[in-house]
Write a protein that binds this ligand. Structure first.
Ligand SMILES: Nc1ncnc2c1ncn2[C@@H]1O[C@H](COP(=O)(O)OP(=O)(O)OP(=O)(O)O)[C@@H](O)[C@H]1O
Ligand SMILES: [Mg+2]
Length: 455
């Protein structure tokens, strides 16, 4: 597809000669003699790049540039001018003009140079747009979903904590959304455009954790073959997220404590100190007070970190969020897998609500992914959900000791669900294959919540 280039210049001669040159090179061209006309065309036509004269009869080019950028900040604009002032050039560059080229467009080297500049500007624009799309995708990955009172309280705590520099300690079970909360706080803070740097204290071998956090100089220990910048330094101006802080070694804890107190760090083996302006958010699924009792966690560090405590409630305490969450994940995975959007039958959602979700939102997300991949039809049925939840936990509904009756019932249900899956949810066929009465099978399916009770 040929790119459309819009030429905004009041001189007819320039419009014509530029159009001819660009068309020769394979571009489509549009022309406007005034800023107003140019802006109208941008709104009406798909324009890929603009050549904009600095001197126009109605307004000056810099003003037009400003308006173009407010319509689409990534649209490539190249300014053209016979005798531009330095001020105008500086101002245009600040506003995001890609380049300045000079009139007239001869000799031939100048034309070649202009064409090359246009090509580069289009490539640059493409990259910028891809980058924006990636960022958007990235941020939608971290959107928090839920409307239950428990999650509304959490949103409220996040928005209160965000603007300050106060240290936050996030606690909650596995997969409940601690990392998401940390990212939301950063996103809503004044530091949002600065780095968010994560350190997973459980995933890094303890002997490397100090160097990971503080960095090291070349030769500071065996294996330190070059300088490494630590996570504290990388997050300067932004936020550091100390995840699974309960797993940090005591020696690393002591060093982190000192860094927080002094707001300065030293790389391992380094001599100079580096000033820190970092917001610290920590998270753990451990009970740190218990860890303090056991001597695994420093009390003084706990007090330093726990300025704003935020507890993320487990999913079983906000089951009313399950429909929203599962739909969110199903949509996400359908679009990632290029599949048409699937819907869950109400009974399917009811089954999800019966489950206790020991793995919290992450477990629900995994099940949504499995359903999107495994179920071919556009609707996800109760039986699909039941078998998916079953694979996940093996003991889907039971809590505490079970009676023989319950165990037999569960065993029976699993067999039926597998058969239902095998027959693509054909109840009559399932009854036939299992050699049971169809009405009887329906009764059982109703009692398990697999089919609606009025069926
Ligand atoms: N409220 C929510 N809305 C949408 N997605 C969520 C929500 N809560 C959690 N998730 C998703 O569930 C998964 C687990 O969340 P996250 O990693 O934040 O949990 P965690 O508490 O840090 O878990 P762990 O203790 O295992 O590190 C992620 O994929 C996250 O995007
Ligand atoms: Mg986490």
């Amino acid at each position: 597809m040929n790119e459309n280039i819009l030429i905004i210049d009041d001189e007819k001669e320039i419009q014509n000669s530029l159009s001819a040159i660009l068309q020769d090179d394979g571009y489509n061209t549009l022309t406007a003699g005034t800023g107003k006309d140019g802006l109208r065309i941008i709104q009406e036509e798909p324009v890929n790049l603009i050549l904009l004269d600095l001197f126009l009869p109605d307004t000056d080019g810099v003003e037009v540039l400003r308006q173009i950028k407010s319509i689409d900040s990534s649209l490539a604009v190249i300014m053209i001018s016979g005798n531009a002032t330095v001020e105008a050039a500086v101002e245009s560059t600040k506003l995001g003009a890609y380049y300045f080229i000079e009139k007239p467009f001869e000799p031939i080297e100048r034309i070649d140079y202009m064409l090359l500049t246009i090509k580069r500007a289009l490539e640059h624009q493409q990259l910028q747009r891809e980058n924006l799309a990636l960022k958007k995708k990235e941020s939608s990955k971290y959107t928090m979903v839920g409307k239950s009172p428990a999650i509304m309280r959490l949103y409220d705590q996040i928005s209160k904590a965000a603007p300050s520099k106060g240290r936050v300690l996030i606690t909650g079970e596995n997969g409940s959304g601690k990392e998401l909360v940390a990212r939301a706080i950063h996103q809503q803070s004044k530091r949002a455009s600065k780095p968010f740097v994560e350190v997973n204290c459980a995933a890094i071998p303890q002997e490397l954790i100090e160097s990971e956090i503080f960095g090291h100089e070349k030769g500071s220990f065996t294996g330190a073959s070059r300088r490494q910048i630590g996570k504290f330094e990388l997050s300067n101006g932004g936020t550091i997220f100390l995840d699974e802080i309960g797993d940090m070694s005591l020696t690393a804890q002591a060093k982190v404590l000192r860094a927080l107190e002094e707001e300065k760090i030293q790389r391992i083996g380094g001599t100079g100190t580096i000033d820190l302006d970092v917001r610290v958010i920590a998270a753990t699924n451990k009970n740190l007070e218990e860890e303090i009792e056991k001597g695994n966690f420093r009390q003084d560090l706990f007090y330093r970190l726990n300025v704003i405590p935020i507890v993320v409630p487990p999913l079983r305490e906000r089951k009313e969020d399950i429909p929203l969450l599962v739909n969110h994940f199903v949509h996400q995975f359908c679009s990632e897998n290029g599949k048409p959007v699937k819907e869950l039958e109400p009974e399917a959602i009811n089954i999800l609500k019966q489950h206790d979700w020991p793995g919290n939102v992450r477990e629900l997300r995994n099940i949504a992914e499995r359903l999107v991949i495994m179920v071919d039809s556009d609707t996800i049925a109760a039986a699909n959900v039941l078998s998916a939840v079953h694979i996940n936990t093996h003991t889907p509904y039971s809590e505490g000791p079970k009676s023989l009756r319950d165990m037999v019932d569960e065993y029976e249900k699993n067999i039926v669900v597998m058969e239902l899956d095998a027959t693509d949810h054909n109840v009559s066929q399932t009854a036939k294959n299992l050699n049971v009465d169809r009405a009887n099978l329906y009764r059982k399916l109703r009692s398990w919540g697999i089919v609606k009770s009025d069926n």
